[in-house]
Design a protein around this ligand. Structure first.
Ligand SMILES: [Zn+2]
Length: 347
């Protein structure tokens, strides 16, 4: 089968298109094999190419976490889907037996793994996953849209709905609009009737965010984010900040955060080391929350939103698998607005 792979870590010049890999076989009784029709990139894929501390890959490593396709084979214990079903995949694989899984907290699983990082990825003609990671999608939904959906939306859903519990009285600041998690955060916050502030270094991205419902636009190059938020809210600040940018934005995130504020992070694309003044933390009674991926219940919830047409991921561009390196370059450029998708259809 075809796949986009790396043999070792490094820059994007390590990416290697292969068409000589064996198709994966079903291993467990509850496994499902999916013929991938479309896959989407995440920042995680860039980290995997560069190398994630503590995560080892083998040569011919297949990249990619997000995909949609058609069920191609099922193990004898699978009852939830059938061969021929159109499906979208939850990229987080958990054992569903440890103490965290048993309480519905799959992302805390002691044996948690993500497709493309800890398990073979989806930038290939076929992928094998447990049936619990597969949900059906209607014929009316394109594979490109479905593939662009899972990881970013699942991550954002857990951050906003489960962790910060955003409600209609909240003002929510989303840092770095344009990336998948930030855009999904904007859409989810608006779906809960919150007032949403977005930041970017690009006026074009801010205007596109306005079209998706953003209420307040802040260009980090032309204003001091924290000062501007304070000025526009009568010094009050916002209730919730969604910050996955990290080092570059943390100070402005805290500067914009009001009393009793909640700040949620799922990563740090600009760097991992954050500074927080403990005096402001306790005085303002802030809550700092980490979050990653989502549970089976959260995945079911977001796929329901997708099917109902309430959440649809913006797609930046679509690239054929053979030119998957172009897709990675697009993501690395930071110029994208929405998901960068790879399609398996032959040119
Ligand atoms: Zn577990």
């Amino acid at each position: 089968m075809r796949a986009l792979t790396i043999d070792e870590h490094g820059g994007l010049d390590r990416l290697r298109f292969r068409d000589d890999l064996p198709s994966p076989s079903l291993e467990a009784d509850d496994d499902v094999r999916v013929r991938v029709h479309a896959a989407a990139l995440n920042h995680l894929d860039l980290w995997v190419v560069r190398g994630v501390p503590g995560v080892r890959i083998s040569p011919g490593w297949i990249l990619g976490s997000d995909c949609a396709g058609v069920v191609d084979a099922v193990g004898p214990a699978v009852t939830s889907v059938r061969v021929g079903d159109r499906v979208v995949l939850n990229p987080g694989v958990s054992d569903r037996t440890c103490e965290y899984c048993r309480t519905g907290d799959n992302p805390l699983c002691l044996r948690f793994g993500i497709l493309g990082e800890h398990r073979p990825g989806v930038l290939a003609d076929f992928v094998v996953v447990p049936a619990a990671n597969v949900l059906t999608i209607p014929d009316t939904l394109s594979f490109v849209t479905a593939a662009a959906f899972p990881l970013a939306t699942l991550t954002a859903w857990r951050m906003l709905v489960t962790r910060a519990q955003v409600r209609d009285t909240d003002q929510v600041l989303v840092q770095g609009i344009g990336g998948g998690v930030a855009l999904a955060s904007l859409q989810i916050a608006k779906s809960r009737a919150a007032r949403v502030w977005v930041t970017s270094g690009s006026d074009a991205k801010l205007e596109r965010a306005r079209a998706l419902g953003a209420d307040e636009l802040l260009n980090r190059h032309t204003c001091d984010i924290a000062k501007e938020v304070r000025a526009r809210t009568g010094k009050r600040g916002v209730d919730v900040v969604i910050d996955c940018v990290g080092e570059a934005t943390w100070a402005s995130s805290l500067g914009a955060l009001g009393k009793r504020g909640r700040i949620v992070t799922c990563g740090g694309t600009s760097g991992p080391n954050l500074q927080t003044d403990v005096r402001r933390l306790f005085w303002n009674q802030w809550t700092i929350m980490g979050s990653t991926m989502g549970s089976d219940a959260e995945f079911a919830a977001i796929v329901q939103e997708l099917k109902a047409g309430r959440l649809e991921p913006p797609v930046d561009s679509v690239h054929p698998l053979e030119r998957g390196a172009d897709a990675f370059a697009r993501l690395q450029s930071g110029e994208q607005f929405g998901k960068v998708v790879v399609t398996m259809e032959t040119e």
